[in-house]
Each structure stands twice: as C-alpha cells, then as structure tokens.
Design a protein around this ligand. Structure first.
Ligand SMILES: Cc1cc2nc3c(=O)[nH]c(=O)nc-3n(C[C@H](O)[C@H](O)[C@H](O)COP(=O)(O)O)c2cc1C
Length: 370
C-alpha cells in the first residue's frame, strides 16, 4: 500500500490516511458563525477521502479576524455550527481539525475576492472594521492599518483567549487543534524580528520573541485533552535575510514539542519584503529540516498536487502528513484519484461514500476500467 494511504496514529486519534486539507479562509461568515457554505465546502473533502480536514483560520477573538467574514471561535454561539461540520466529517470517516488564529496587525483586511464594499452593502454582508493589535505599533506594509501595541496585560488576555477557544473546539468535537503560528499573523509577528520591536520580556532575543508562542502552547495544552493531538503551523522561514530562519524554527519545534505539540505544519513567508521562490514541493525541505532537527512529526504543504510527489515526500521520510489547499479545491476527490494513480489495484472504492461507491464501480465495469 502506498505510504499516503497508511493510517497514522497521533495520541488516541487514528487518521485513515496521510492526506490533509490545509486550512483555507472562506471569508463567508457573519459574526464569526460558520454556516451552510462551510458544511458543504468542508464536507466535500470528507466525501473525497481525505484523512483530516482542517477548518480555516478561526479567530480566538473578534479583533483577531483577518476579515469581517472569518470563522470565529470566541463565544459559545459559534460552537454549534462548527459541531455540525465536525459531525458530518466524522460520519464520512474523516477527522476534523480547526486552526486557531489571531491575525494581529494583518486583521481587519478585505477578502481577496471582495476588495471593496459599498455603504449600501455593509449591513447586508455584516461588514465590520477595527483597529488591529500587534507586538509593536508598526503596520504590516504601506497602506495597512496602524496597529495598537499590546500591553503585557493584553498579551496575557490573548493567551487565555487561545485556551478558551481550544475549550470551545473540544466542545464542538474537533479531533485536532492547529495553532496558527505562521504567515505573518500575530504569533508569527511576535516570533519574527521583522515585526517584533519590543524591548520588554516579549521582544529582543529569540527566547523573548518565542515567549508568547510558548505561553499559548502551554495554555492550550492545559485545556486541550491529553488524548488529542495538537498541531502548530510555522512559517519555517520568512524568506528575508533579517527575518526568522530555519534554525529558529528547529529550536521552536523542540520547545513546543516539550510542551505537547505533536505535529509541525511547515509553511513559510507572510511578511512584507519576502522573496519567495514558489515551485512544486518548495516548502518540503522545511518539513524535512524540522522533522530531522527537532525529531517531531511534520506536515508538508505547498504545491504538492502530484500524487507521486506526495508519495515520495512520505516514502523518503521528509514528512508524516501531506496537506493540500488549492489542489483540494481543484479536485475534492484528490485522495481517491491519488489512490487510483498510485495503486490501481487498491480498494479506492472504499474511500467513496457508500452512496457513490457501488455506482462508480458499475461505471468502471461498464467502461472496462476495473
Ligand atoms: C483560499 C485559501 C485560503 C487560505 N487560508 C489559510 C488559512 O486560513 N490558514 C492558513 O494557515 N493558510 C491558509 N492558506 C494557505 C494554505 O493553507 C496553504 O498553506 C497554501 O495554499 C499552500 O498550499 P497549496 O499549494 O496546496 O495551495 C490559504 C490558501 C488558500 C488558497
């Protein structure tokens, strides 16, 4: 059996295979409430055979949303609509994850597919705008909002917000929480010298810049059940000579592993001025470096749409899981089709929902494909 389809056990969770849907913002909520869009959008990936489906960056407080349309998990009312998604994913054999996030100074932005809004539209789409927060009063880039620099007391409240959100995730029935420590959002803003200009105990040395991240991991691990795995997404490097580097990520991975993180989801970039060299598998070396450097399971992500590439990443020991974002949008049945490509004799019908499996098999027979 290809490695891509071997189950993986993390604490008490066994994933049916190594394919994961990477978190993807949909900008389709009002007041942070998931709705039918999220059910159908995420549900299709469970029908397509993915092992784990991770809900988009979900804000731990209202001001932590990238846009007014983000999913939120800061209040009880937001639990039930997410539970509906979780229950459906489970009913189709997929595990359910959620990415807990705070956008920091990149908050209160516009959805990429709706860059402007008219006065008349605002009440109908639930438009909101606010001043973002950040480690330092430095905007992300020209044209971005000036953030408020967090006080030490406000930092402590945000650490608690992450823990409170993890409690809500448990109540919604999620199997995995992923902490969003990447892409130039709040946790990453504390980590990277490109955004963190503080001179107190949360800025300066690597140790001090890691402090916010480590406090969040410890607080979340205290409330997130011991039997459930905790993931953390890193921007393993900033692609910037003055920024966060791979060696910093290896150090952070060792530290968060000691606090109970099970998997590092290895992404990169997110700050202005980054020179990213995107190409197939371009972030896989980061997953490999963190995996070998910190002896921790990793998830590779970024332009891994070719099933043979995905299989090679696992077979060569570079990562333990393969996450897909855009290739999953292009083909929500990616795992089934990957199994067809990698293992034509394999039982890929078992990955279809039973309502479809018998009919697809009949189609294959009629076309002499079986
Ligand atoms: C529509 C869209 C929304 C995204 N939203 C998130 C997000 O909520 N959190 C996150 O960490 N990354 C987000 N990403 C990045 C993806 O998770 C992924 O890391 C990136 O697209 C590279 O993987 P790919 O080449 O398989 O698309 C998003 C990407 C896309 C295309």
């Amino acid at each position: 059996m290809p490695k891509l389809f071997e189950p993986l056990t993390l604490r008490s969770l066994t994933l049916r295979n190594r394919t994961v849907v990477s978190p993807m913002c949909q900008y389709s909520c009002q007041m942070g409430l998931a709705n039918d869009w999220h059910l159908v959008h995420l549900g299709r990936f469970a029908l397509g055979g993915f092992g784990l489906v991770i809900v988009e960056a979900s804000a731990v407080e209202a001001a932590g949303r990238i846009s007014y349309g983000d999913v939120g998990l800061w209040t009880d009312a937001q639990i039930e609509p997410l539970k509906r998604v979780v229950d459906f994913l489970h009913s189709q054999g997929a595990a359910a994850g959620i990415q807990l996030a705070h956008a920091g100074r990149k908050a209160s932005a516009m959805p990429p597919w709706k860059p402007s809004v008219t006065e008349e539209e605002k009440p109908r789409i639930g438009y909101e705008e606010w001043q973002p927060v950040a480690p330092s009063a430095v905007p992300h880039a020209e044209g971005w909002k000036m953030p408020h620099a967090l006080s030490v007391a406000e930092i402590a409240a945000l650490v608690e917000a992450f823990a409170q959100s993890a409690r809500c995730a448990e109540e919604a029935g999620f199997d995995v929480v992923e902490l969003h420590g990447a892409h130039g959002y709040l946790i990453d803003q504390f980590l990277s010298p490109l955004a963190n200009k503080r001179t107190d105990e949360y800025g300066g040395s690597l140790e001090k810049r890691m402090r916010f991240a480590l406090e969040i991991v410890a607080a979340v691990r205290r409330v997130w059940p011991q039997e459930k795995p905790l993931f953390m997404r890193f921007s393993v490097q900033d692609w910037h000579p003055d920024g966060w580097q791979i060696a910093d990520s290896v150090e952070l991975a060792k530290r968060v592993k000691a606090l109970g993180v099970d998997v590092i989801d290895c992404s990169s970039g997110g700050f202005d001025g980054a020179r990213i060299e995107a190409a197939p598998l371009y972030q896989t070396p980061f997953a490999e470096a963190v995996r070998s450097g910190a002896d921790i399971a990793t998830m590779a992500v970024g332009l891994i749409g070719d099933p043979h590439d995905a299989e090679a990443v696992l077979a060569e020991g570079k990562a333990d899981l393969i996450a897909l974002a855009r290739p999953a949008l292009e083909d929500p049945h990616w795992p089934i089709n990957a199994m067809r490509a990698l293992d034509p004799a394999g039982d890929f019908y078992a990955l279809y929902p039973r309502q479809a499996a018998f009919a697809v098999r009949a189609l294959d027979r009629a076309l002499s494909r079986e």
